[in-house]
Write a protein that binds this ligand. Structure first.
Ligand code: ADE
Length: 255
C-alpha cells in the first residue's frame, strides 16, 4: 500500500509518520507514506497557493492549478494515470481523497475498504477550501473525520493513514490484533482491560479475569462490551447482532 499526501504543510507529518507503529511499518516496507508539498507546483511568481473567492465572501481558497500539477506529478512518479473524473474511465488502481467536513464520515468500515486499495492519494485543503473544479476532476471521494471543522485536512489525513495502515496485514503484531476492538466486526465497543498490578490505589482487578477460566472470561468480556455500548453508544446496538438472550439481559440490567 502506498499513501501519498498532498499538503502545503508537509513538515506536519514528520513525527507522525516516523513514530510508533506507522514508523515501524514504513521501515519494514509494509507501507509507503509520503507527504508532498503543493507549493513548489504553483505557477505564480511568489508560489502562492490561494486566492480570493469569486463572488466574494470571507477567506481565501486554494487554487486549482498547484493542486492539479502536484497531483499529476505524484501520479507520474508512481506510474499511475491521473485520470479525469469528467470522463468515464475504469479504475486506475488509485483512490484520490479530499479531506473535508463535507465528506462521507470516516468509519471503521470505510477504513477497511480503503485498506484494500493499492494506492491512496490524500489531498489536504486549507483556508476556506479548494476550487471546486480540481475536486470535480481529480477527486474520487471526499472524507470527513467528524462533524467539526479543522483548520486544514492534515490531521484528517493522519487519521486516515493511521487507521488504514493498522489494517494492513503485518503492520500490527499478532498480540495487537485488531479483532476485538471497538468498531470491529462485532459492532460493539471494547470491554475494559486490566494489567498488573492486581491492586492499584485500592482498586482491584475483576475476579473473573484472574481465575484462568477462558469461557467465563469470554462471557464476561462480551457482557461488558454490551454494557459499555448500551451506555455510551446505544446507536450501535441495533446493528451489533445481539442474541435474544443478550437483549433480555440488557433490558433487565437497565430496569
Ligand atoms: N478539514 C477541515 N475539517 C475537516 C474534517 N472534519 N474532516 C476532514 N477534513 C477536514
Amino acid at each position: 500500500m502506498t499513501i501519498d499526501i498532498l499538503t502545503i504543510f508537509p513538515e506536519m507529518f514528520d513525527s507522525v509518520l516516523n513514530a510508533s507503529i506507522l514508523g515501524r511499518a514504513r521501515q519494514a516496507g509494509l507501507i509507503e507514506i509520503e507527504a508532498t508539498d503543493i507549493r513548489p507546483f504553483s505557477a505564480s511568481k511568489h508560489k502562492n497557493t490561494d486566492d480570493y473567492p469569486f463572488g466574494g465572501g470571507a477567506g481565501m481558497l486554494m487554487m486549482a492549478q498547484p493542486i492539479a500539477d502536484c497531483m499529476k506529478a505524484v501520479c507520474e512518479k508512481r506510474g499511475v494515470p491521473c485520470l479525469s473524473n469528467l470522463e468515464p474511465h475504469e479504475s486506475a488502481g488509485v483512490k484520490r481523497i479530499y479531506l473535508s467536513p463535507r465528506g462521507v464520515p470516516l468509519t471503521q468500515k470505510l477504513a477497511q475498504e480503503l485498506s484494500q486499495e493499492e494506492h491512496l492519494i490524500l489531498l489536504c485543503g486549507h483556508y476556506e477550501g479548494v476550487d471546486q473544479r480540481v475536486l470535480d476532476k481529480y477527486i474520487d471521494l471526499e472524507v470527513s473525520i467528524g462533524d467539526y471543522v479543522l483548520t486544514g485536512g492534515e490531521l484528517g489525513a493522519m487519521v486516515i493513514a493511521d487507521c488504514v495502515a493498522r489494517l494492513i496485514p503485518g503492520v500490527l503484531g499478532s498480540e495487537e490484533s485488531p479483532q476485538d476492538e471497538s468498531f470491529s466486526d462485532a459492532g460493539l465497543l471494547e470491554y475494559p482491560q486490566y494489567t498488573r498490578p492486581r491492586e492499584f490505589e485500592g482498586m482491584t482487578v475483576p475476579e473473573v479475569l484472574l481465575n484462568g477460566d477462558h469461557a467465563k472470561i469470554a462471557a464476561w468480556r462480551r457482557e461488558q462490551a454490551i454494557l459499555a455500548t448500551a451506555q455510551r453508544r446505544p446507536d450501535l446496538l441495533k446493528t451489533a447482532g445481539l442474541t435474544e438472550k443478550e437483549k433480555q439481559a440488557l433490558l433487565r440490567d437497565r430496569s
